[in-house]
Design a protein. Structure first.
Length: 309
């Protein structure tokens, strides 16, 4: 069976419920606090495992990372690729307001100290049919993309969170690019999302591009195809949007590993992302496969050609 190999981050999430996202110079009181396992990599591995994929996670934690590994193990993820380093585990401070919006500060910790020898071992262990998934919370992402391409490995890249490093990444090596509005504009160096999407399609014509728009759905274009498409979103009552994108990506990758077409995989993934925002927390909000399938059947989404005014 083909596997998802996730070169991904692991973080301890400190989540604070706030009346509003704090502004510069403002001090506010939190009305609640919780501590959860998180990190985009961890969340996406768990989501993919919940969706039915065989997942192996490669990354690093500090001596405070036992709960992060336990969360992956409990979801059925292979954690033999996780190192324990002297650096502390990554952690995130997350504000969530009453509308479910969030603001996040990340400390990378061990996520940015993964030895080159370890990710080379990861690539050497991959088999034909496996997918490699990367985000932007670990070190050596560009080198991993280049080396994976040389080995003929299929790569999905989620450039989250966007920073100055992404301009140097060889994105042309990936098979699937997944970005949100901010990440698309940063990578394309455009100031609006429409021109960013157009630029990415022109720059990378031979890869599939998925641009997520939160509650407004998503746009996608398939490799070497002239048309682009729009997929609407589910209407849900948002509680916390923290791991919505990670739920989406995990379910998307699981569907692709099961040889589902990209359009149908996006429909499934959209249901997973919508369900995730209805629950608080990161890993704790990731939905079960049965619930995702039920939402997909209950409220089918429409695929439409994408046309800009």
């Amino acid at each position: 069976m083909s596997r998802l190999i996730n070169f991904g981050s692991l973080c301890v999430d400190w989540v604070y419920q706030v009346p509003n996202l704090v502004a510069a110079g403002e001090t506010i009181a939190s009305v609640g606090r919780a501590v959860h396992p998180g990190g985009k990599g961890l969340n996406q591995s768990i989501a993919a495992a919940l969706a039915g994929a065989e997942v192996a996670h490669f990354g690093a934690v500090g001596d405070d990372g036992a709960a992060l590994i336990e969360a992956l193990v409990n979801a059925g993820v292979d954690t033999r690729g996780i190192l324990q380093l002297q650096d502390g585990s990554g952690h995130a401070v997350i504000q969530v307001d009453t509308d479910g919006r969030n603001a996040i500060v990340i400390y990378p910790g061990a996520n940015r100290s993964i030895p080159q020898s370890h990710w080379r071992f990861m690539l050497d262990s991959m088999a034909v049919g496996d997918w490699l998934l990367v985000q932007n919370e670990t070190n050596d992402v560009g080198e991993v993309l280049s080396q994976a391409r040389q080995r003929g490995i299929k790569i999905a890249a989620n450039l989250a969170p966007a920073d100055d490093r992404i301009a140097e990444y060889p994105i042309e090596h990936v098979a699937l690019l997944i970005v949100n509005e901010v990440e698309a504009m940063a990578l394309a160096q455009r100031s609006d999302v429409q021109s960013a999407f157009a630029e990415l399609r022109q720059r990378y014509p031979h890869i599939d591009v998925v641009l997520t728009l939160g509650g407004d759905g998503l746009w996608y274009a398939m490799a070497d195809q002239p048309s682009a498409f729009y997929l609407e979103s589910h209407e849900v009552d948002a509680v916390d949007e923290t791991a919505a994108g990670d739920a989406f990506i995990g379910y998307l990758m699981a569907a692709l590993l099961a040889h589902t077409s990209l359009p149908e995989a996006l429909v499934l993934a959209s249901a997973a992302g919508a369900l995730a925002v209805t629950q608080a927390g990161a890993a704790s909000s990731l939905p079960a496969r049965d619930d995702v399938e039920a939402m997909r059947r209950r409220t089918p989404l429409s695929l439409k050609p994408l046309e800009f005014d």
